[in-house]
Design a protein around this ligand. Structure first.
Ligand SMILES: [Zn+2]
Length: 178
């Protein structure tokens, strides 16, 4: 094989690392935490394409990173904290993004900020308060797995997550691609 071809192959391999499946557990370390929305809002409304998870409390220090293993959670803030909907960051409220390869992202939305909020690398540490910042009616954690901005659903349907499933931090709720 010519050297130029080998270099090209090496460049392509470097620029496009293979996407891998991560493991996501529930974000709330309270056995009352449940999945309240999946493919559809409230499980029967309009299209949602993500998991909404709540334990029925607001402003508890319990919004944890969901991905097993050390990950960089990039924080987008400026929304404070709220137990009712706010118009902030395009409806996302305070949120974190874990970026993978080839346009894949994993996001967790509606975080309530406090003094410890910010970008961090950690393994399922608390990221903030379970809150309702952004377009959120009732405090909860929204989690989505997007590719180039399009929400995917196979990451949670593949592990059998449906409405009412436990969103406790010990339970796997999905295998997002990153
Ligand atoms: Zn949601």
């Amino acid at each position: 094989m010519k050297l130029a071809s080998l270099i090209l192959i090496a460049l392509v391999a470097f620029a496009s690392p293979a996407a891998i499946a991560a493991t996501a557990r529930g974000p709330i370390c309270d056995t009352r935490a449940r999945v309240g929305s999946t493919t559809y809002y409230s499980c029967s409304g309009s299209y949602h394409g993500a998991l909404d998870m709540s334990n029925g409390t607001c402003n508890s220090w319990n919004h944890r990173g969901m991905l097993v293993g050390s990950r960089y959670y990039r924080y987008y803030g400026g929304c404070g904290q709220s137990c009712s909907a706010t118009s902030c960051n395009g409806g996302a409220g305070n949120y974190v993004v874990v970026s993978g390869s080839n346009g894949w992202q994993f996001r967790q939305l509606h975080i309530g900020a406090n003094g410890s909020s910010g970008s961090k690398t950690c393994d399922r540490c608390a990221l903030g308060l379970v809150s309702s910042t952004g377009q959120s009616y009732g405090a909860h954690v929204h989690a989505d797995n997007r590719r180039y901005g399009t929400r995917m659903t196979a990451w949670y349907t593949s592990v059998g997550t449906t409405c009412g499933r436990s969103a406790y931090c010990g339970n796997v709720v999905g295998n997002p691609t990153l």
